[in-house]
Design a protein around this ligand. Structure first.
Ligand code: SF4
Ligand code: SF4
Ligand code: SF4
Length: 458
């Protein structure tokens, strides 16, 4: 388990129950932060009763704090009206990744039934029509969604027909390991709008972390798939999972991915310490979080030279968000067997049953009933303040330890002892530190002793 040492971050500002945080600066000044808004004052202003200052910047600070509370409450309490349909078509895979969270099963495992897809698509299409939105369909796993092309084609045409019946546009996203026959990759290039391929880096890293089931490297296959997708003119994103063995190589990984796969975006995430990856959580060292963030910035700099976005999803400073649960993200996620799961990690019927994450279950001949009471209960439990997150400056922009720390599962380790938390704090702190420096160099700060700005997701 990672041990966390005390650090100087933003701490709750005194004299207010609002989520406003402060940090002493080296020059005697002070920085104040409310979700999405940063104020920096010089030494002279720092000695005044800070939060009651008349400057408009402080009014904005309060407004942002109020807004964050309102948005969080809405997130936690609003009715679940899914606008995105995520389909785990099967629980099988042609790879044997060292850290797989979903632990794919044998070929005899059940697949997602067409009628269940139809019923789920109906619910989502109706919501999209009412809100005048496009329907997003996501093919993901649980396993590798491209393994059985007939089923993929059938699922897609089913959803497309329903979207057409409701007169709404459709956006198609596929997350794949990229290992598939050439013809299938061409079909995907022709029929899917955005493709996300998982690639952990150079062929050496990829071969070691994401081998084929027989042990050979998957790198040549995904390089070919990426090329076919590019030739089809479709946008490509790459997902990089960083492990204790690779996180320091982010610059090298970025160079390879940018040069060879040439995506428009690269999303890097520390490995999930669940499933087959559970043992990796033990391998992180306390100092690794700061080194992780330094290496993350190196990777970002390399990607920027290619004009490619380099980001991570665990901390998004411009958004009010929480853990990855589908009930907060308007996602209806169907799994083989016909259940819809609130947790992306629960990808097969047994796990969903054991963890009570089913929020609906399709039955032949019925509409898709959603268990509204269970959804509300899950929303309540997962959105409740937990341990160190309760007082953390980062709590509205952080996935709060998910998936290693799950309020729904109850038996959690303290979130602040996890590597994910430490990285999240370090990433947020690094961004805010850079923004503070920018403000301190501004003319407002020089002339007025106070400067402020909105904070966006990088
Ligand atoms: S490709 Fe995905 S589902 Fe398959 S073994 Fe790797 S992590 Fe698991
Ligand atoms: S918080 Fe728990 S239920 Fe929600 S996505 Fe994370 S692991 Fe799943
Ligand atoms: S997980 Fe850590 S960084 Fe994120 S909100 Fe909780 S305490 Fe803060």
């Amino acid at each position: 388990m990672v041990k966390i040492k005390d650090e100087t971050h933003f701490v709750p500002a005194s004299g207010t129950p609002l989520p406003i945080f402060q940090r002493e600066l080296e020059d005697g000044g002070r920085a104040f932060y409310a979700p999405g808004y940063l104020v920096v004052v010089d030494k002279a202003h720092a000695f005044q009763p800070e939060l009651n200052q008349p400057a408009p910047a402080f009014a904005h600070l309060h407004t942002h704090a109020h807004k964050a509370l309102i948005q969080w409450k809405a997130l936690a309490e609003r009715p679940f009206l899914p606008l995105c349909l995520t389909l785990y078509l099967n629980n099988e895979c042609n790879l044997h990744c060292a850290y797989c969270f979903s632990m794919p099963q044998p070929h005899t495992a059940p697949r997602l039934e067409r009628e269940a897809i139809r019923a789920g698509a109906e619910i989502v299409a109706r919501n999209c029509e009412e809100q005048g939105r496009a329907l997003t369909v996501v093919f993901h796993g649980g396993g590798e969604p491209t393994l059985h092309q007939n089923e993929l084609e059938t699922a897609l045409s089913t959803v497309e027909q329903i979207a057409a019946t409701h007169g709404i546009p459709i956006f198609r996203y596929l997350a794949t390991n990229g290992v598939m026959p050439e013809q299938r990759a061409r079909w995907i290039g022709a029929h899917v709008d955005l493709i996300g391929i998982s690639c952990d880096g150079t062929p050496e890293i990829q071969g070691a972390q994401r081998p084929l089931r027989g042990g050979a490297s998957s790198a040549p296959y995904l390089e070919r798939t990426a090329q076919i997708i590019r030739e089809a003119g479709k946008p490509l994103h790459v997902r990089v999972t960083l492990t204790p063995g690779t996180f320091l190589s982010q610059a090298e990984i970025a160079a390879y991915v940018c040069r060879v796969l040439r995506p428009s975006e690269i999303h890097v995430e520390p490995v999930y310490g669940v499933g087959r990856g559970a043992h990796m959580e033990e391998s992180w060292h306390p100092e690794d979080a700061d080194r992780f963030v330094a290496a993350f910035e190196e990777g970002r700099a390399v990607a920027a030279r290619y004009g490619i976005v380099w980001r991570t999803s665990g901390v998004r400073m411009g958004e009010i968000h929480g853990p990855y649960c589908h009930i907060f993200r308007d996602v209806l996620n169907l799994i083989p067997g016909g259940a819809t799961t609130a947790c992306f990690c629960a990808s097969d019927a047994d796990t969903v049953t054991t963890r009570h994450t089913a929020i609906g279950h399709w039955q032949p001949g019925t509409v898709f009933p959603l268990d509204r009471d269970h959804i509300r209960h899950m929303q309540q439990v997962v959105s409740s303040p937990q341990g160190a997150c309760e007082r953390c400056f980062n709590r509205f922009h952080c996935t709060r330890g998910c998936p290693e720390v799950c309020p729904w599962d109850g038996a959690m380790q303290a979130v602040e002892t996890t590597f994910r938390c430490r990285v999240a704090r370090a990433l947020a702190n690094t961004q805010l530190t850079a923004e503070i420096a920018t403000l301190q160099n501004s003319s407002d700060y020089y002339l007025l002793g106070i400067a402020a700005k909105e904070i966006q997701t990088l």
